[in-house]
Design a protein around this ligand. Structure first.
Ligand code: PGA
Length: 248
């Protein structure tokens, strides 16, 4: 069974870091089991720098976001899905909680999913409840809303491109806390059942939030996650490749 490990570098990195990452990846790649598929979403500026090296190593290249506008135009600061495709990007992360917090709405996220899929990009749609919502018992309602709405933009005929769903509880991102095994199992099963009702049975389900080389085995052994979306532990190549090595 394929296991996916996606890294999101957020706004971290430098030319030096990128060079170190590529150099380390070239040495380490041969030791990664063939059932583990990896991808990295660096800050957009480093996409062209990493493109060739990652492609040669069979590591997918991602973007952390894209514009909702399908056509080019006067949209200062934005990057279109088509431009990402031109830069040979494989996947785009959409609806990350940090973008939702910065003001991205469900409608905008749904439009971005649609635009990215139409540009033949794979999409990682991120969903997850905040701590307040968890405590208020609203987790399942929030997930239902975010998943249904996010995928409503994705009624695009999927050819080679794929949608991944990343369950990332907001309270677990960057905090060192992860859900109890039973709760995580239950939530992923809930997401899976919802995907089935939406005729998205083949959607790989990822978990994200404080994944480390120490807890990744646990996550895979006790839940039905198909992969992980990793922030902090994807930055240092030593940690990122250790995640892959520790994948059961
Ligand atoms: P983290 O971030 O692994 O640092 O918790 C996860 C994410 O933001 O996707």
């Amino acid at each position: 069974m394929i296991k996916w490990i996606f890294g999101n570098w957020k706004m971290f990195g430098s030319n030096r870091h990128v060079q170190h990452f590529s150099h380390f990846a070239a040495k380490e790649r041969a030791h990664i089991p063939s059932h583990v598929h990896m991808g990295i979403a660096p800050p957009a500026l480093y996409i062209p720098t990493l493109q060739n090296d990652l492609q040669q190593l069979g590591i997918l290249l991602g973007s952390q976001n894209c514009s909702a506008h399908p056509e080019e135009g006067s949209f200062t600061g934005q990057i279109s899905a088509q431009m990402l495709k031109d830069a040979q990007v494989d996947f785009v992360i959409i609806g990350h909680s940090e973008c939702r917090t910065a003001g991205e709405t469900e409608n905008l996220i749904a439009q971005k999913v649609k635009t990215a899929l139409e540009a033949q990009l794979n999409v990682i749609l991120c969903v997850g409840e905040t701590l307040d919502q968890l405590i208020a018992g609203q987790r399942d309602d929030i997930l239902t809303h975010q998943i249904t709405k996010g995928l409503s933009g994705g009624k695009v005929h999927l050819k080679d491109q794929q949608i991944f769903l990343a369950y990332e509880p907001v309270w677990a991102i960057g905090t060192g806390r992860i859900p109890e095994v039973d709760a995580l199992k239950e939530t992923l099963a809930f997401c899976r059942a919802l995907l089935n009702t939406l005729n998205r049975n083949d959607t790989p389900l990822l978990y994200g939030g404080s994944v480390t080389p120490d807890n990744i085995r646990h996550i895979f052994e006790y839940t039905h996650a198909d992969g992980v979306l990793v922030g902090k532990a994807s930055l240092q190549p030593e940690d990122f490749f250790q995640l892959a090595r520790n994948c059961p």
